[in-house]
Ligand binder design. Structure first.
Ligand SMILES: [Zn+2]
Length: 150
């Protein structure tokens, strides 16, 4: 085994992989490769020890900063909820009488109506579910007060 191939073989080894027998034989007989591989092993050990300890401190520092951050809280006023709901429901209620729907059914056929109403249903479901998700605590309090009345 030549020296260049010996070093290349050593560099191709994985971290926990043992040194092949031919390479060991070359290292024993070649002082230059023996020294170079020793230096490489020291460098790898140093890299592993220096790279593992700061990452633990870095992880702790990042997690501490994450825990110190304020929770994201954004409220939408009731007026905006009511206005957007009115726009959605008015749009859905009036689309049956609009010229746009007549134009679309004239050009694309009656098959367009079912997907259109499915999309409107999805919009209503998204609106209601987002309202419930953002007002869960208030809705639970209302449900408890209704339960206590019954
Ligand atoms: Zn050699």
């Amino acid at each position: 085994m030549k020296c260049k191939k010996a070093i290349d073989t050593f560099l191709m080894l994985d971290n926990a992989e043992s040194i092949p027998l031919l390479l060991k034989f070359h290292i024993v007989h070649c002082q230059q490769c023996h020294n170079e591989i020793n230096q490489l092993q020291k460098a790898f050990t140093l890299m592993q020890s220096s790279s593992s300890s700061p990452s633990i401190h870095l992880e702790d520092a990042i997690m501490a900063q994450v825990m110190m951050q304020k929770r994201y809280h954004h409220t939408i006023s009731h007026l905006n909820w009511i206005a957007s709901g009115l726009i959605i429901f008015t749009g859905i209620a009036t689309i049956s009488y609009s010229d746009a729907l007549k134009w679309m059914t004239y050009h694309f056929g009656i098959q367009l109506v079912l997907p259109l109403y499915l999309v409107m249903g999805c919009i209503i479901a998204a609106y209601i579910s987002s309202y419930v998700a953002t007002h869960l605590n208030k809705l639970q309090a209302i449900a408890h007060s209704i339960k206590s009345l019954l």
